[in-house]
Design a protein around this ligand. Structure first.
Ligand code: KIV
Length: 287
């Protein structure tokens, strides 16, 4: 397998993402929430790293993404950005960070860029256009997100596949085009039928990044912890596990715990020694 070490390659830029999409190269995006996950994702050579608001349910123990705040997102983005990934770094606008006013939206998204993101992702279709226009005017690249948008959990009545009914499918097509016309550089399509995602993709010239939207999208995104088996089973239908992270890490920790209890950890390999002269002084010392 010819595989150039990611660190020897130039940093991924937005024009590069578009060039790859035009060449028909499928784009790869995953999430990262801290330095270790960012380093692993970047070393694997993904094209884009998203600090997703999924940090809320994946890392922070919330039931959904609604409680995630700008302060939480900034904290996690800063940790990821400090690793200076080669992948294009994007940050997710959490619930209420782009709903209140244009000024608030710009301050929040601009803060992401000042912390090292190259662009932002936000959920929603045409009704978010005023905020999207303002962001683009302020030179902030925007990735849209349509379909099963987790921040719309309540109006959707749960995490349900979207766009199955005729009117919903046509509305999604319409929305996708409105976001493209507005100037979004790409959009996530989540939880929609594969044939609808295929039609959206073939009628747009900007890339579509699918999650539960079938194979015809210009690229795919999955949550880091889902790919690696670190989230509880059963995951959603659209997840494929490429490692049994939970079991493997639990087994490793259980073996370490056994070694500690048996006195087998640490041994000389993990211990420091005194210089000979100090050792005899220490041995001769009495209270
Ligand atoms: O927050 C997130 O992780 C996401 C991706 C799964 C697209 O929005």
């Amino acid at each position: 397998m010819s595989h150039q070490a990611p660190e020897s390659l130039p940093r991924v830029t937005l024009p590069q993402i578009h060039a790859w999409a035009r060449e028909g190269r499928r784009l790869v995006m995953t999430t990262a929430y801290d330095a270790p996950t960012a380093r692993i994702a970047d070393a694997a050579g993904v094209d884009m790293i998203l600090v997703g608001d999924s940090v809320g349910n994946v890392c922070l123990g919330f039931e959904n993404t609604l409680p995630v705040s700008m302060a939480m997102m900034n904290h996690h983005l800063e940790a990821v950005a400090r690793t200076r990934p080669r992948a294009l770094l994007l940050a997710d606008m959490p619930y209420l960070s782009f709903h209140l006013s244009v000024e608030d939206t710009l301050r929040n998204a601009g803060g992401f860029l000042q912390r090292g993101a190259a662009g932002v992702k936000l959920e929603g279709g045409a009704k978010r256009l005023p905020m999207i226009h303002a962001l683009l005017d302020a030179e902030i690249p925007v990735m849209g997100h349509l379909g099963l948008t987790p921040q719309s959990l309540n109006p959707m009545g749960g995490y349900k596949v979207q766009g199955r009914a005729r009117a919903d499918a046509l509305a999604l097509l319409e929305d996708a085009h409105r976001l493209q016309e507005a100037g979004c550089f790409a959009r996530v399509l989540e939880g929609i039928p594969a044939d609808l995602a295929a039609r959206i993709t073939e009628t747009l010239h900007i890339p579509t990044i699918g999650i539960g939207a079938g194979p015809a999208c210009s690229g795919q995104v999955l949550v880091f912890h889902d790919i690696l088996g670190l989230t509880p089973d059963p995951g959603p239908k659209f997840v494929r596990r490429y490692a049994q992270g939970f079991q493997d890490l639990r087994n490793a920790l259980a073996i370490w715990a056994e070694d500690v209890r048996a006195g087998a950890f640490p041994d000389a390999r993990e211990s420091y020694t005194l210089p000979e002269a100090v050792r005899s002084a220490v041995a001769q010392w009495n209270p």
